[in-house]
Design a protein around this ligand. Sequence first.
Ligand code: ZN
Length: 405
Amino acid sequence: MDLLKRFLNYVAYDTQSNSESKTFPSTEKQWVLLKDLLLELKGMGIDASIDEYGYVIGRIPSNINKDIPSLALIAHVDTSPDASGKHVKPRIVEKYDGSSIVLNKEKNIVLDPKKFPNLKDKIGHDLVVTDGTTLLGADDKLGVAQIMTIAEEIQTKKDFKHGEIVIVFTPDEEVGTGTDHIDINKVNADFGFTLDGSKVGEIAFENFNAATAKIRLNGQSVHPGSAKNKLINALDIANEFYGLLPKALKPELTEDYEGFNHLVSQSGTVEHTNMVMIIRNHDRDLFEEQKEKFQLITQFINDKYGYQACECQITDSYFNMKEVLKDHQDKIDMAISAIKSNGLEPIIEPIRGGTDGARLSFMGLPCPNLGTGGYNFHGPYEYASVKEMYQALKIVKTIIEKMVN
Ligand SMILES: [Zn+2]
């Protein structure tokens, strides 16, 4: 089946995940697409299975007489909880002319190139857009559709030479738990790509190191009428703590490779105040220094007040996949050359967040991320370029070819 047709078929499935859920996958409805993908793979004659958590794994054996690394292609089936994924009604805008696109006349929802400059280089492209009431689901059904299209081509074109290809579809990426139950031994591949990026030609192999700090401030409450020299207000200590952190390291003041500390929540009383902060940096040493600073401030406050006025617990969440991928530069270079040989300039930018690929890399499956041709993810302004989705498909095919030669 054609890539575009396949993509339009998958976006019709409502696969929204839910961060509040206690089940895995987080929503029942993800099973529907996961099971249909399993049937589709089997229908192509591919050895495929689904496990109790919903992970679909398909394995296409090598058809060459050479020992080359096996390649995993990975995409997630769920869509973001940030916007509805129910009754997605995709529409194709043919040969985009650079003007504003009215997504929904009634509700006056417009896709405006002034607000979304990524539209500026899409003139002449056919674009798949929403009706303004749901997200599109290009994140990541474009990745799913591209992997399925390649799988079908491999199965039908016997002259398509390739090493072992492992297909992996995962649930719950959007709620941050997409790799929680994956059996990496069952995936059993040497190297992989997540097809979960935006612009075609993107290749991402660096992400943040990430930690969460839970800070508890303990005050000493006394009736304010007789508080002189006795009362210690936990709310004040919280402000003191925050004030001692570097002022420049805030998300709103940083970009590119600059790390930050971000106050996510703060609540409390005179007696006890709790703060949650997240710590991010691409550079591992700077990341460790940021965490150290939290401990130094804790120590300073406790020394100053003479009791345990501050408790700080820091937990690492994930690390920069570059730490793993630096030993696989040859495969990154191969992907970069595949992008170039398709006439595109590689876009190499550090991810200011984490990816499932980062977690998989640390599980032993080195896994950079590739662009798919979708934009403005997680909301009704999401769209996909038809030209770019085919270019992205071609890049993955070129990677497979380059691995053989
Ligand atoms: Zn995604």
